[in-house]
Design a protein around this ligand. Structure first.
Ligand SMILES: *[C@@H]1O[C@H](CO)[C@@H](O)[C@H](O)[C@H]1NC(C)=O
Ligand SMILES: *[C@@H]1O[C@H](CO)[C@@H](O)[C@H](O)[C@H]1NC(C)=O
Ligand SMILES: *[C@@H]1O[C@H](CO)[C@@H](O)[C@H](O)[C@H]1NC(C)=O
Ligand SMILES: *[C@@H]1O[C@H](CO)[C@@H](O)[C@H](O)[C@H]1NC(C)=O
Ligand SMILES: *[C@@H]1O[C@H](CO)[C@@H](O)[C@H](O)[C@H]1NC(C)=O
Ligand SMILES: *[C@@H]1O[C@H](CO)[C@@H](O)[C@H](O)[C@H]1NC(C)=O
Ligand SMILES: *[C@@H]1O[C@H](CO)[C@@H](O)[C@H](O)[C@H]1NC(C)=O
Ligand SMILES: *[C@@H]1O[C@H](CO)[C@@H](O)[C@H](O)[C@H]1NC(C)=O
Ligand SMILES: *[C@@H]1O[C@H](CO)[C@@H](O)[C@H](O)[C@H]1NC(C)=O
Length: 832
């Protein structure tokens, strides 16, 4: 053990040269012996020079790559120029330099024995055993000490007898770990120049292992600092499933959790990964939302992944890669994928080019208690350089450092070196960091936690919702401000403020409303005209005989129906809504009721006449008729008034917002609708009344030819029934468009009113105005049916004149009933 520390110092000097200047030096091989493999086709296993050495240093270098398919024979693949051969040259150069320099280790002549590990655990372990037993007194096969072996002292014994004093290497942690286990067994000091796995910090298992590179714990910290510097908190991770990748990534994951970095995709790549598995891994990358991908893997795996990404036009420029030290400087590798690799950030142990080695004398190396060194990383950026001639070249640019130690951890990016973050779709370098974040929500969005994920996503505040602040946890809702309905300013993509909404309400200028209003005005003029005529000719027979009370009720119903549209298309307010709710039922029940009472009276009288009944039907006098009509209206109104207590007349504001359309929403202002139960009840009630009226009216077709008014009434009730049956479906199908519904209902009610006006009042008006000879003013109020004069007169005058209904009835009766003059039947004259 006493010898161990100075030796470790020698080894580490060699290693520092290796780490610093790999590839720069040419060694002198003239004194080297080439070690060959007798079995594996004479493969070169390494070079050595042990003769006359004071100490022999073993070396383990990955001169060749690990064979892609070891079952095919050799475990070794292609030669590795940069990270294998050149590093070996550096070791030889270091030994030459030490031997040649009288000030460095005076009196010591260093020999070497360098072997190729082919980056393989098994090959590396074989070579390590060979190094350990060569020149030692061990026979590994027999487990016995060799008889004549003694430790070499100063080169006076044959070289084969000089034992290996220590081992430089290996490169990959995957090889270093088993070698370090072996080294502990044989108390063989080992110093690695490149093995960064945190596993190797375990002193109890790898007590003879030291390294001149920082442990990957520190690399993970450096990566985290880079991610935080660019606000990348949503990343994917790929790692090789070996001691290097797994341990490194464990550390990264551990640290990332406490730094609010969310890992989207995390995939291990075992050495046995198949082509298809690589394909599916890259497919997962495509689906991931993370734009930054950390690859903590050996170069072979990185090559497989980048080849696939590079092949796909749609994704090759979409990622910013963070390279671990295993490939952070691999210019050979990334040169194959310039488009894809452009903008990658590499974290690599800092190397310095030491032109005059000023192994050096001033530098000292301090191992910490875990046998590693302080972190000292270089941050590299793979950048495109566009020349004036249009050509483009790519190279690694050192953009900063990351150091750890007594001062703490620090990422220092050089101010004067611009960074590149990959290529944009037009091929120009991207100078701003890509966004790979979660939770950085803008105004107009809110943060939604994804269950089972460390990440949250930004969701837009839609419709009436908005968020005015970034990083909002939820949306606020726009409320009514100063009587204006408010809405998000961008309801389909996410709003950050509220704006007043355009309001849509029924109004007089509406194209739907205008026809109703014109018709209603015309109707009102007719009503007024009819009323005036009836008042002027109130003394004439036709007016007197038509039943003043019932005609007045009907005319009120008609007028009501013409007035109602003015409320239906009016801008909603509580009075307007109240009138709408009451009005339609009042108008209809008044019209239907008055007609139905009129029809049933005629029907009953004629029924009586036909059956030769001698008594006058009961309840046919005007007070009864008016009372019955008002009862019909009253029942209807009672239902409606009661319903008002439950569903108040209110102005509603509807928001028919549809997230699937980009149509700007509008507030539809409308009246609170009648409850569906009351609606159905009222519809049934009115339908029943008009149906009964129509059925009774239909019997009147069997009445004598010239009993015209009865026919007109039945035409009227029939047309009302038709209009009414048209109104019901129209009402329900236009429910979602209140302005159309109101206009439609208005039109139907106007039609009904016109129907009543034409059929009931029209014929009388014609007689009053154009056939005054049929309207005798001396018509007595009491008339007998066997008045031959009037009876004949009616018959000869034809049938239009419904004015002398009493005459018609009586005349008709007298002729039909075979002139039975003896029978006298008195009918009230001023009815029907
Ligand atoms: C290599 O070594 C030989 C013999 O020791 C010496 O003559 C020669 O100059 C050396 N070459 C270099 C490049 O150092
Ligand atoms: C080793 O030493 C012997 C005797 O001193 C000498 O003859 C021989 O050349 C030396 N070998 C080398 C490789 O220097
Ligand atoms: C080692 O070399 C020195 C001279 O360099 C010599 O005096 C000494 O005897 C040698 N040791 C052995 C064990 O041969
Ligand atoms: C993660 O880090 C904490 C301290 O930061 C440590 O206690 C824990 O053992 C680590 N876990 C792993 C799996 O490395
Ligand atoms: C890559 O980025 C472009 C532009 O940002 C995008 O259109 C494309 O869909 C992305 N490809 C993948 C696979 O995400
Ligand atoms: C870009 O390349 C040109 C030569 O092609 C070179 O002169 C220039 O220094 C390079 N720029 C950078 C930033 O490397
Ligand atoms: C990538 O860039 C390097 C250096 O500019 C160049 O040598 C290499 O050919 C490029 N690779 C490809 C595939 O274009
Ligand atoms: C608006 O936000 C509320 C809760 O804040 C939510 O219930 C509602 O669904 C949101 N509306 C839309 C259209 O996103
Ligand atoms: C919205 O977030 C605030 C705090 O940011 C909270 O007080 C409130 O309860 C949240 N509202 C809903 C509906 O989640």
């Amino acid at each position: 053990m006493m010898q161990l520390l100075p030796l470790a110092l020698h080894l580490s000097m060699v290693c520092l040269v290796l780490a610093a200047g790999a590839g720069k030096f040419k060694f002198n091989v003239t004194t080297s012996e080439v070690v060959r493999d007798d079995e594996d086709g004479g493969r070169i296993r390494g070079v050595r020079s042990r003769e006359n050495a004071t100490f022999v240093l073993g070396g383990l270098f990955p001169i060749h790559t690990h064979s892609a398919d070891p079952s095919q024979g050799s475990a070794c693949g292609d030669i590795r120029q940069e990270r294998g051969l050149e590093r070996m040259e550096a070791m030889l150069f270091a030994i030459d330099t030490i031997n040649a320099d009288p000030d460095l280790l005076p009196g010591v002549d260093l020999g070497y024995d360098i072997r190729d590990t082919c980056n393989s655990e098994t090959v590396g372990l074989d070579e390590a055993i060979d190094l350990i037993i060569t020149g030692s007194n061990l026979n590994i096969e027999s487990c016995e000490a060799l008889p004549d072996a003694s430790p070499a002292v100063n080169g006076t014994v044959p070289y084969a007898a000089v034992p290996t004093s220590g081992i430089v290497g290996a490169a990959g942690s995957g090889v270093s770990v088993p070698v370090a286990s072996l080294g502990r067994l044989f108390r063989m000091p080992q110093v690695s120049y490149a093995s960064t796995s945190p596993l190797l910090t375990d002193r109890s298992r790898y007590g003879y292992f030291r390294r001149t590179v920082p442990s990957d714990d520190l690399q993970a910290l450096a990566m985290i600092d880079i991610l935080q510097h660019f606000n990348w908190n949503y990343v994917s991770i790929l790692h090789s499933e070996d001691t290097y990748g797994s341990a490194g990534i464990n550390e990264f994951v551990n640290v990332s959790a406490t730094n609010n970095i969310c890992i989207d995709l995390r995939r291990g790549i075992p050495p046995t990964f198949s082509e298809r598995e690589y394909d599916s891994l890259v497919e997962d990358l495509r689906l991931s939302r993370a734009r930054v991908v950390i690859i903590f893997a050996n170069q072979e795996s990185v090559g497989e992944v980048l080849t696939r990404v590079n092949r796909d036009e749609t994704m090759r420029r979409n990622f910013t890669w963070i390279a671990s030290d295993a490939w952070a400087r691999s210019i050979d590798l990334v040169h194959q994928f310039n488009d894809t690799a452009a903008g990658l950030f590499g974290v690599a142990p800092l190397t310095e080019h030491l032109p005059a080695f000023e192994d050096i004398t001033g530098n000292s190396i301090t191992f910490d208690e875990s046998g590693s060194v302080d972190g000292f990383y270089e941050i590299l950026n793979y950048q495109a350089n566009f020349s004036a001639s249009g050509g483009v070249s790519y190279k690694f640019v050192s953009v900063g450092t990351w150091v750890s130690g007594n001062v703490g951890e620090q990422l220092i990016l050089k101010d004067n070196v611009p960074l590149q973050f990959g290529l944009m779709s037009d091929g120009a370098p991207r100078t701003e960091p890509v966004e790979s974040g979660c939770g950085g929500c803008m105004p107009g969005e809110y943060i939604r936690k994804i269950p089972g994920s460390c990440c949250s996503i930004c969701e837009p505040c839609l419709g009436r919702n908005y968020s005015s602040q970034p990083l909002a946890k939820n949306c606020s809702t726009c409320f009514v401000e100063e009587v204006r309905e408010m809405w998000g300013n961008s309801p389909t993509t996410g709003s950050n403020s509220c704006i007043p909404l355009p309001m849509v309400s029924p109004m007089y200028s509406d194209p739907w409303a205008i026809p109703s209003l014109i018709l209603a005005c015309i109707g009102l003029i007719f009503v007024a005209f009819t009323a005036v005529i009836f008042v002027i000719f109130r003394k004439t027979a036709i007016v007197k005989s038509s039943g003043r009370e019932q005609m007045t009720l009907l005319l009120i119903g008609i007028a009501c129906s013409f007035i109602l549209p003015f409320f239906y298309v009016a801008p909603p307010s509580i009075p307007v809504c109240l009138v709408n709710r009451l009005g339609i039922w009042f108008c209809y029940s008044l019209m239907f009721g008055a007609l139905a009472i009129k029809v049933q009276r005629v029907a009953r009288i004629f029924y009586g006449v036909k059956r030769n009944l001698t008594y006058t039907p009961r309840f046919v006098s005007p007070p009864f008729q008016v009372s019955f009509t008002l009862i019909i209206v009253g029942v209807q109104m009672l239902v409606i008034v009661v319903s008002l207590a439950f569903i108040h007349p209110e102005v509603l504001h509807l928001y028919p917002f549809d997230e699937n359309t980009l149509k700007e929403p509008e507030v539809i202002v409308t009246c609170q609708q009648e409850s569906i139960a009351v609606l159905v009840l009222s519809l049934l009630y009115e339908t029943a009344i008009i149906t009964v009226a129509t059925v009774l009216g239909a019997f009147s077709f069997k009445y004598p030819e010239n009993f015209n008014e009865a026919k007109y009434i039945s035409f009227c009730t029939f047309s009302l029934l038709v209009v009414w049956l048209g109104l019901i479906p129209t009402y329900f199908t236009t429910q979602s468009r209140p302005e159309i519904q109101n206009a439609a209902v208005s039109l139907f009610i106007i039609l009904s009113a016109f129907g009543v006006l034409c059929f009931i009042f029209g014929p009388k008006l014609i007689i009053i105005l154009f056939q005054p000879e049929r309207n005798s003013t001396h018509f007595s109020t009491h008339h007998t049916i066997n008045d031959p004069d009037s009876g004949v007169k009616m018959n000869t005058l034809g049938s239009q004149g419904s004015s002398k209904l009493t005459h018609s009835e009586s005349a008709n009766y007298s002729t039909q009933e075979a002139g039975n003059g003896a029978r006298k039947k008195e009918l009230p004259t001023n009815e029907l």
